[in-house]
Design a protein around this ligand. Structure first.
Ligand code: NAG
Ligand code: NAG
Ligand code: CU
Length: 468
């Protein structure tokens, strides 16, 4: 650290007068990391390098605010809070002026504590009104949730195609290798999809494959030799080059009113079931509901589309100023993404404190560290199975969070306060022995909250550890 400071200081001294050939060791490390990401394509690798350069120029510039922010970032990367993901933990998978695909960093790039979900990725697709996303297939299974807007998704196989209307709250499974494309036919609302992705080739890594395209998005056809293409298409080379050299506008395009109208197919309504296509989270069983909030749960054991992936989905809608009960999931690790509103989150984690305290683990058992964060639209949080956690909505907005539950079948949410909390089920002697006080004293605490699952929130809101 000391040496890094000295180097930085030296750089600051000389940078005003001469162009520098030397590099910061940290920036070198950053570049090495870009080199080693083998699944990166040329463009993505370039972007990666670019970020390193920005880092370097920030350091050279010695911008105080940036420096402060960076050291906080570093501290966090070292594992103090590996469960929370903000804007800066996403990379751009695809971007044009009409929208973007953002991909959350690999969980194990963040922390070894997340290796249980190493083969899952999260991405969000945000596209402008009246736009079209070029068809592609992925080497990954995925499940997406429509967080906002409306659109049409068309999936294609060798026997034909099917179109599905998308509206807010819809859930859809896209099988690995399915070619699909999306339009946003709305006149003024953006369409936002939150995706959970499970790669099928290499754990944790996936790619999109564009056939229809040109230079950008690059068509995979152009990777083949000319004589192969000529023979395969029974077509002359110049004609092929004209076709595959044309598109340069990127993977998310503006479409005309007529094109949008023609592609906005009407899906038969009233099918009711979910044997095909989409189903809506709001039409699922509300497992809990009161004036403070609602919980909607999709158990994969009861939905054919999600069964083989064993991914459940839940949606919590917390009324402004209210909170969830502290609770834990029995067997699923939840990847939660804030869809709307603001608030904060706290979780008890035994792993962080045992990491930082080393062998100073108390003889009585584990010790728990508070993981906390502010929540706002787009914040993602990982909640491992068994970990007690709680979510509070801000005083002036409802908070909606979608959760993808890995290993979701027959998962249960166990409340730790309020009606039917787990401590209340203990027998008298167990309570008295465990707490070391009389049952009456235990009950005074564990029986005074009369609501179930969603409560009135704290009068004073602590914002969690802020990131800024
Ligand atoms: C999910 O379940 C499988 C099989 O029981 C197990 O091997 C895996 O570790 C679990 N993953 C998570 C993230 O819970
Ligand atoms: C979410 O909560 C608000 C406030 O309680 C309520 O008005 C709204 O209908 C709820 N939405 C859903 C989908 O449950
Ligand atoms: Cu933990």
């Amino acid at each position: 650290m000391m040496r890094a400071c000295l180097v930085l200081f030296a750089l600051l001294l000389v940078s005003a007068t001469i162009a520098l050939g030397t590099r910061d060791p940290e920036v070198e490390q950053c570049r090495a990391k870009c080199e080693s990401e083998r699944h990166f394509d040329k463009e993505r690798r370039q972007r990666c390098f670019q970020r390193c350069e920005e880092k370097q120029s920030r350091r050279e510039g010695g911008d105080e605010i940036m420096e402060g922010r960076e050291s906080e970032e570093e501290e966090e990367e070292q594992g103090h809070n590996p469960y929370v993901f903000e804007d800066r933990h996403f990379v751009t998978g695809m971007r044009t002026q009409h929208g973007r695909l953002r991909i959350l960093q690999k969980f194990t790039d963040r922390s070894e504590l997340l290796r249980g979900i190493e083969n899952y990725r999260v991405a969000t697709l945000e596209i402008d009104p009246q736009t079209f996303v070029v068809p592609s297939h992925w080497d990954a299974d995925s499940v997406f949730f429509v967080a906002r807007g409306q659109g049409t998704l068309t999936s294609v196989c060798k026997d034909g195609r099917e179109s599905y209307n998308l509206k807010q709250g819809d859930i859809m499974r896209i099988k690995a290798g399915t070619t699909s494309y999306v339009i946003n036919q709305d006149n003024d609302q953006r369409l936002i999809l939150v995706k959970l992705i499970k790669p099928v080739n290499t754990p944790g890594n996936f790619e999109a494959f564009f056939g229809a395209g040109g230079e950008n998005p690059e068509s995979f056809y152009s990777a083949f030799s000319n004589e192969i293409l000529e023979a395969a298409f029974n077509t002359k080379r110049d004609r092929l080059q004209r076709l595959f050299g044309q598109q340069k506008q990127g993977g998310i395009l503006k479409a005309s009113q007529e094109q949008i109208r023609a592609m906005s197919h009407r899906q038969e309504e009233g099918r009711g079931g979910e044997s095909k296509g989409t189903f809506n989270i709001y039409s699922q069983r509300r497992t809990h509901s009161n004036q403070y909030g609602q919980l909607y749960v999709v158990d994969p054991s009861r939905h054919r589309q999600l069964q083989d992936l064993d991914i459940g989905i839940c949606l919590v809608n917390i009324t402004q100023g209210a909170m969830t009960a502290p609770l834990y999931n029995t067997k699923s690790t939840t990847i939660a993404v804030v869809v709307e509103g603001e608030g904060y989150f706290e979780m008890a984690c035994p792993h962080l404190s045992s990491e930082s305290q080393g062998s100073r683990r108390p003889a009585g058992g584990p010790s728990y560290q508070k993981v906390s964060t502010r929540l706002r639209q787009g914040t993602a949080v990982v909640i491992p199975a068994g970990h007690p956690s709680v979510v509070v909505a801000s005083k002036n907005q409802n908070l909606q969070i979608v959760g993808f539950e890995i290993n979701g079948s027959n998962n249960e949410k166990i409340p730790l306060a309020g009606l039917r909390n787990v401590i209340n089920q203990l027998e008298r002697e167990a309570k008295e022995l465990a707490f070391g006080v009389s049952e009456r004293q235990v009950d005074e605490v564990f029986r005074s909250q009369e609501e179930e699952f969603f409560f009135k929130g704290p009068r004073q809101q602590h914002q969690g550890r802020s990131d800024e």
